[in-house]
Design a protein around this ligand. Structure first.
Ligand code: IMP
Ligand code: MG
Length: 185
């Protein structure tokens, strides 16, 4: 696999995390998560839309007995700031009472989205809830969030690629990068 350290898209200012770095880290996380759950069944739920690419690559490194599910929540739209208002657009299909739940996220910014989701999911009495996020902006975290597995910490900049969008664009870039300032205006 080639490592893309130079952006291959005219709107990208710089590559923060290369394709090879992402893939290596997901393999490590897959091994850690698999050994954590052992023989237990786990419901692995991705938060749409951004996490669908993380889930696809991460899940192929899992050796546990897994069931996949999806949730969708309202996101930023074309803005780059969190509104703090979260709406569940699509709920889990699975009943999670008494089962292990692993939430897979693309990025945790303020943490408000997941904090709200966690509160809601806990009322359903799962055996356990853990969070795995590919990216995290630690400077931005506004709430106390128990994130068990993090792929990479990123600086407080808006990033795109590998599932992450700006106004629904750039999700299919194979790396994580920042946008040129003129793209926002
Ligand atoms: P939070 O509620 O502030 O933690 O925001 C969570 C959601 O906002 C993420 O799941 C993303 O959908 C979106 N988001 C936050 N930061 C970024 C970013 O840098 N690029 C793209 N989407 C982001
Ligand atoms: Mg998201």
């Amino acid at each position: 696999m080639t490592s893309h350290t130079a952006p291959d898209h005219p709107d990208i200012e710089k590559v923060l995390i290369s394709q090879a770095q992402i893939q290596d880290r997901l393999a490590e996380l897959g091994a850690e998560v698999s050994s954590h759950y052992g023989d237990d069944e786990v419901v692995v739920a991705a938060v749409l839309k951004g996490a669908f690419i993380v889930l696809a690559d991460f899940s192929r490194h899992l050796s546990t007995n897994t069931v996949f599910d999806f949730m969708a929540v309202s996101s930023y739209g074309a803005s780059t700031k969190s509104s703090g208002v979260v709406r569940i657009l699509k709920d889990l299909d699975a009943e999670i009472e008494g089962r292990h739940l692993l939430i897979v996220e693309d990025i945790i910014d303020s943490g408000l989205t997941l904090s709200y989701l966690l509160k809601n999911l806990k009322t359903r009495k799962p055996a356990s809830i853990e969070i795995m996020s590919l990216l995290m902006k630690p400077e931005q975290l506004k709430v106390d969030l128990p994130v068990r597995w993090v792929g990479f910490e990123v600086p407080n900049e808006f990033v795109v690629g590998y599932g992450l969008d700006y106004a629904e664009r750039y999700r299919t870039l194979r790396y994580i990068g920042t946008l040129k300032p003129e793209v926002y205006s």
